[in-house]
Design a protein around this ligand. Sequence first.
Ligand code: HEC
Length: 99
Amino acid sequence: MNIRFAALSLLLPFLAVSAASAQAPVLPGQLLYQKNCQRCHGANGKAGLNGAHDLTKSNLNAFGRTYLVTNGMGKMPAFGKTLTPQQVQQVVAYSLTLR
Ligand code: HEC
């Protein structure tokens, strides 16, 4: 089970990227999230490391999150220079799926 699960989680982002062009961007943001957000927010959004907020309890909608991720706030870094607007949109869409 462990090895299968590990293999699956490695595969998923790649599957998601190929599906992204055709479908709503839900999964492509997962890879971006793991790379850019997980170290503070944790895999499930609840970790709250480095003063980060629990994303599962956030009331911010996609518009507010896009602004915050692009421009940063307090200890939250701005990603407007490291991510394209499309990547920001994808990672925000993924963050909205965390419950
Ligand atoms: C260096 C740690 C760090 C990283 C990396 C980080 N964040 Fe944050 N995040 C924070 C902190 C700290 C706050 C609280 C900011 C404040 O209100 O002062 C926050 C707040 C947020 C909020 C607002 C939550 C609320 O209060 O409603 C969202 C949404 C969010 N982050 C999404 C992301 C996303 C998406 C990424 C990756 C692109 C990311 N964060 C990467 C530290 C981080």
